[in-house]
Ligand binder design. Structure first.
Ligand code: IPE
Ligand code: IPE
Ligand code: MG
Length: 244
């Protein structure tokens, strides 16, 4: 089984560049090539939703020239990949604090989102200026606003309502979460959406990540038993009763 929703923390661009005595920006540039590769291959592999952590809210704290490099790359990516996404029937959406992005990036995002809105083969979600806790704050604001208007009573708050107030409301839960570069943490990525995801950590730095690495992640995922709290015996019974 392939994961329907694959989420990737693309980490290690800086180290990739440092290991070669290059400026960090070169690592990000090479990282953008890996993004193109992985988007294509994920689509080919039948992934329905691919969410990429491209820039975290905390990344605004990096040196301003690095932030500018990253915003430039994002702009170039959107510009260059628009036609490619249309050709490959990929819908692009973004999550994160859009208001903080440079106006040119905001405009390009909105443009590609609109242009690809009817594409259906895969949804590519770019997490830019994203942080899970900040997204939760926004969700709580939405719900408390409804409560203040008398549209929501405390007793009526459900899991669905909370998930439905997040920026990821239209996305399915994450099935497989991959992080490159050897770090084993979430860094604020999709805390509620990936709360039952399979986690896969790989030592390779993001610019070196290629199709075969994704295949290995898929194989590992296929070999895992997702029990969702049940016992293996219960799952066997369930499988046995599912009509072929
Ligand atoms: C990931 O690579 C890209 C972003 C966070 C934008 P890093 O830039 O974090 O690379 P390392 O972790 O410093 O090697
Ligand atoms: C997480 O990577 C964010 C992205 C990959 C965009 P970081 O490199 O910023 O995360 P930390 O600082 O190692 O937790
Ligand atoms: Mg990093």
């Amino acid at each position: 089984m392939k994961p329907a929703h694959l989420a990737i923390i693309m980490d290690g661009n800086g180290r990739w560049a440092e290991q070669r005595g290059l400026p960090r920006g070169s690592g990000h540039k090479e990282g953008a090539e890996a993004v193109r590769r992985v988007v294509r291959y994920a689509r080919k592999s039948g992934v329905e939703t691919l969410t990429l952590f491209a820039f975290s809210s905390l990344n605004w704290g990096r040196p301003s020239d690095e932030v500018a490099d990253l915003m430039d790359l994002l702009l170039r990516f959107l510009d260059e990949e628009k036609q490619e996404m249309l050709d490959r029937d990929i819908r692009l959406t973004a999550i994160g604090e859009r208001d903080y992005l440079p106006p040119a990036v905001r405009t390009a995002l909105a443009d590609v989102e609109l242009a690809t809105a009817r594409c259906r083969t895969m949804t590519l979600v770019l997490a830019v200026s994203y942080d899970g806790r900040r997204d939760m704050v926004e969700a709580v604001r939405r719900l408390t606003d409804m409560a203040c208007r008398g549209q929501l009573l405390p007793a009526d708050v459900t899991e669905q309502q909370i998930m439905g107030a997040l920026s990821t409301r239209r996305l399915p839960d994450v099935d497989l979460l991959v992080r490159t570069s050897g770090e084993q943490r979430l860094s604020g990525f999709l805390p509620l959406e990936a709360c039952y995801a399979e986690l896969y950590f790989v030592d390779k730095l993001w610019p070196d990540f290629e199709e075969a690495d994704l295949d290995r992640a898929f194989e590992t995922y296929a070999g895992r038993q997702r029990r969702f709290g049940l016992t293996p015996a219960q799952l066997d019974t369930q499988l046995a009763t599912v009509p072929a």
